[in-house]
Design a binder for this molecule. Structure first.
Ligand SMILES: Nc1ncnc2c1ncn2[C@@H]1O[C@H](COP(=O)(O)OP(=O)(O)OP(=O)(O)O)[C@@H](O)[C@H]1O
Ligand SMILES: [Mg+2]
Length: 236
């Protein structure tokens, strides 16, 4: 079996303090294996985004440990944490988060401009074109978001997440704003990135068709993992 690329051990997460203290994650234990395509499902408020933020190093105020690509997220200094976020992880969100006045390629290359990149200086346009072609947008490199459909905008956002050659993509409701056909295409793209490009993919969703497309589906309710279903061996 492949090695775990993400290990979450005994994670508890609280919001607020005093009387307002609320526990939103309870004793979460989960291993995600290299090359997996895994989904996290659960009703609104069940703790999915909270868990993703912990894995992505965006929230480090929790109890327990979270190891990503061999590094304990809670122990890294800011510099090492941003290196992990920029070089190992890619993020995709429901709302695309594109800059309206920039072209597709500028959107793809922009964040790396601020956060550092693996890409050789002067090669940003080349790399942006390459990832845009990978997501099927070769002819939209110079288009601005206003001239793109919802599905195309999400593909630009996925290309942006791929820019730095991440090993893991973390996606929070990536098809939440897309119609079903467009959502289907994005799921197919994720499957290709997983199978062909060997990227480990973690997708939060409340859509059955998305979770069914993944190898394993983790069901969270009230901050607890209540079941894990895998395609080969369903576990109750
Ligand atoms: N910054 C915060 N401060 C206080 N409570 C929060 C904060 N963020 C989330 N919560 C609470 O933590 C719980 C889990 O929220 P979370 O955003 O992880 O849910 P979710 O499963 O992603 O929901 P959705 O499907 O609606 O996105 C909820 O009860 C929410 O109200
Ligand atoms: Mg959420």
């Amino acid at each position: 079996m492949a090695d775990a690329i993400i290990t979450i051990k005994d994670v508890n997460k609280f919001y607020g303090s005093g009387n307002a203290k609320q526990q939103v994650l309870h004793d979460i234990n989960l291993k995600i294996f290299e090359g997996e395509f895994i989904s996290i499902v659960g009703t609104s408020g069940s703790g999915k985004t909270t868990l993703l933020n912990i894995i992505g190093g965006l929230d480090r105020r929790y109890e327990g440990s979270c190891t990503v690509d061999g590094k304990s997220v809670e122990k890294l200094n800011e510099k090492k944490l941003s290196r992990l976020r920029n070089e190992t992880l890619g993020f995709v969100f429901q709302n695309f988060n594109l800059m309206e006045h920039l072209t597709a390629w500028e959107n793809v290359a922009l964040s790396s401009h601020f956060t550092g990149t693996n890409i050789e200086s002067g090669k940003e346009f080349e790399r942006a074109s390459e990832v845009l072609a990978r997501v099927g947008l070769k002819d939209k490199i110079l288009s601005q978001p206003a001239n793109l459909s919802g599905g195309q905008k999400q593909r630009v956002a996925i290309a942006r997440a791929l820019f730095n050659k991440p090993r893991i993509l973390l996606c929070d409701e990536p098809t939440g704003n897309l119609d079903s056909k467009t959502g289907e295409d994005v799921i197919q793209l994720f499957r290709d990135l997983n199978r062909q490009d060997k990227i480990t993919l973690l997708v939060i969703t409340h859509e059955d068709r998305v979770s069914k497309a993944t190898d394993r589906s983790v069901h969270i309710e009230d901050g607890k993992i209540i079941s894990v279903n895998s395609k080969d061996a369903p576990v109750k």
